[in-house]
Ligand binder design. Sequence first.
Ligand code: MG
Length: 157
Amino acid sequence: MMRIGIGYDSHRFAEGRRLIIGGVEIPFDKGLLGHSDADVLCHAIIDAVIGAIGLGDIGKLFPDTEPEWKDAVSVELLKYIVDLARMNGYAITWIDSTIITERPKLAPYIEEMKAALARTGIPLGLINIKAKTNEGMGFIGRGEGISVQAVCLLSRI
Ligand code: MG
């Protein structure tokens, strides 16, 4: 039996923050604002996996009102969710994702992100990451933040 989940996340750029995407620190003049490290790619993938398991959403499992998750390393949260899928009898079969931002250019970091995400237990060959701009439109076009869409396919172990 297969299960599919969809995930979406967005974070606003802020001065004085590190830019962490997919577990990789990317050199840029701004970072993303958030209670955790604001790793927008990890958060979208986490929501896709949680959605496929059927356990609600990231806010239910890791409330941003909890001091425990302050400055949390999101790849570690993803590892927790990957383990949770396995404990619920599911193996990750495929993850696809799209990062949408005007800047910085992310293509040079995609392989490094895949390797970082693979350290959570998702096999390296089962993760795809795409990056694109929003053609100058909307909040992304104005450079106010980054959004990510992700899907996850699970199969029964
Ligand atoms: Mg988030």
